[in-house]
Structures are given as structure tokens and as C-alpha cells.
Design a protein around this ligand. Sequence first.
Ligand code: GLV
Ligand code: MG
Length: 324
Amino acid sequence: MSFTPVRTPVSRLNRSQLFVPCSSPHFFAKAAQGPADVISLDLEDAVAPDDKPAARANAVKALNEADFGDKTLSLRINGLDTHYCYRDVIDIMEQSGERLDLIMIPKVGTAADVYAIDMLVTQIEAATGRKKKLGLEVIIETAMGLKNVDEIAAASPRLEALHFGAADFAASMGMQTTNIGGPNPDYGILLDADEQGRRDFHWQDLWHYPMVRMIAAARANGLRPVDGPFGDYSDPDGYRAQARRSAILGCEGKWAIHPSQVALANDLYTPPADEVKRAKRILKEMKASQKAGAGAVSLDGKLIDAASIKQADVVVNKAKEIAK
Ligand code: GLV
Ligand code: MG
């Protein structure tokens, strides 16, 4: 380990994060009763400009009156480049008590963007006497955000999570794709010809680099990395493939832009039973081998050593957290 410690992450289940546009308050009750770990009340891109003030008022009302049980509640405000942003923060914090857990800042480009919202939140907390410290989460979804992701991840002690927003990211990068997450059949490589002269085309993952870049920045700062939207809600298999992949890479969860995606996310970001079983066997074997004075041993013909204990701990601890 480095001599520089990594901040201990705030413990919060974040397998599924269901987005509900605040312009459609009739969806709130269903979201509250469903199985999502986190509900994102959205004031940003799912709300038309003319509806922003009414959506904000709906969010205030829901935070004061609706029963969201013990779910984590996050509010996606409008970006710092809009004139809605300051009022989103002020109205919600001044008018809605302490129920809100997190504010999500979209399209963050620099650490100063986080600093600005932190400053506003801190002043309102002090002025209103709010006791529960509000957390922040940000979406990495622009070329600038990805370029500055390390500074952004270290920008505020309130920060809890970095999310990857594929749609805005694609737009900002000038990518020739209109999918919201998911694959693009034209992004791949043509393999060399086989003996019959056939050349297979292998699809590749166009989100791999930004995702891994963001996950590393998040983990280095004790934050949760979270995978963003998968727009094709009628393709559960596509969602599964995307989610499994980001879970293996280290993400804690994924957005659900439709209620049908919530159960998928809860399942896919829960470590699979066979992984947990193997992780427990690794821990048992390593305990025995360390007692016997051995560093590395073999389990099912594969090497395991001290690093395997850490890998196994990740899987077992996550399974325990979910089982609580
Ligand atoms: C989410 O906000 C996205 O742009 O994908
Ligand atoms: Mg976006």
C-alpha cells in the first residue's frame, strides 16, 4: 500500500439508481415502493425547459410529503452552465427539510464546479441549521470532465460517487453514435483471414476507456463508481451484458431509466453466488496456508496468494453488505 491512505468510502448500497423525472410526479409513489437502492429525482435532462419551475416544486413536495422508506434519495440538479442550477439547490435545500441524501451534479468539467456547489450547500446547511450532511455525486460525461477526473474526484469531502454518462459523453467527444450506452455494431476490428479466407468482425466496447479511467479516479479517492444509462429499455439482455461488464470492472451499480431495469441491476451488482463461494474458499485456504507458514498455494490448480485475500474480501464484503 502507498503511505498515502485512501479515504474510507461512505457505505451505501448503490446497485440500482432509478431516475424519475420531477415533471412526472405520478411516478414517485411507484418508485418509492419498488426495489431500487437509490432514487434520483431528476430536474435535468428528462425535464423540458418550460417545466423546470414546476418540476422543482414537485421535488420539494415529494421530499416533504412522500414516504421513500429507507431508500437513498438523490436529486439531479441542472448544470452549472444553466440559470436553473442555483435555484435548484437553494429551493430544494431551504424548502424540503432533511430527507434528501445527495445532490447529483451533471456535466462536471472541473474541480471548481464541485467546489461551487459545495460552497452553496455548505452555506445553506449553516443558515438552515441542517443536521444531516448532504453528500454530492457527479456525472463524468464530457471530454473536459474525463480529462480532469482526478481533480474532480478529490474536489470535496462531500463527494460520494462518480457516475459515467454515456450519452452526453458521446456528444461531447464527437462520437458517431446515437445510442445511450450499449454497443455500436460498427465499432470493432476485422480479424485476419482464417484458412478458408473468412474474416470475422469482432465488436468492441466503445465505453471501456472512459469507464476504467473514471473507476480508477473514484477508487483512488474512496468514491463509488457507478455505470450510467442504458437507453434501450426493451433489451434486458443488452442491459445485462453492459452491467455485468462494468460490475467486473469495479462499478457498484448502474442507472435504471425504466423500472424494469431495477431488478436487473440489483441482481447484476450482487456478486454471483459461485464467486462468493470461491472467495470464501480462498479465504479459508489462505488462512490455513499462512498458519503453515506458506505465502502462495494452489487452489483448484490455480495460484492464490496474499493479493487473493484482498480480491476475495472485496467479493465477500460486498455480499455481506447486501445481505444486511
Ligand atoms: C446521462 O446523463 C448521460 O448523458 O448519459
Ligand atoms: Mg447526461
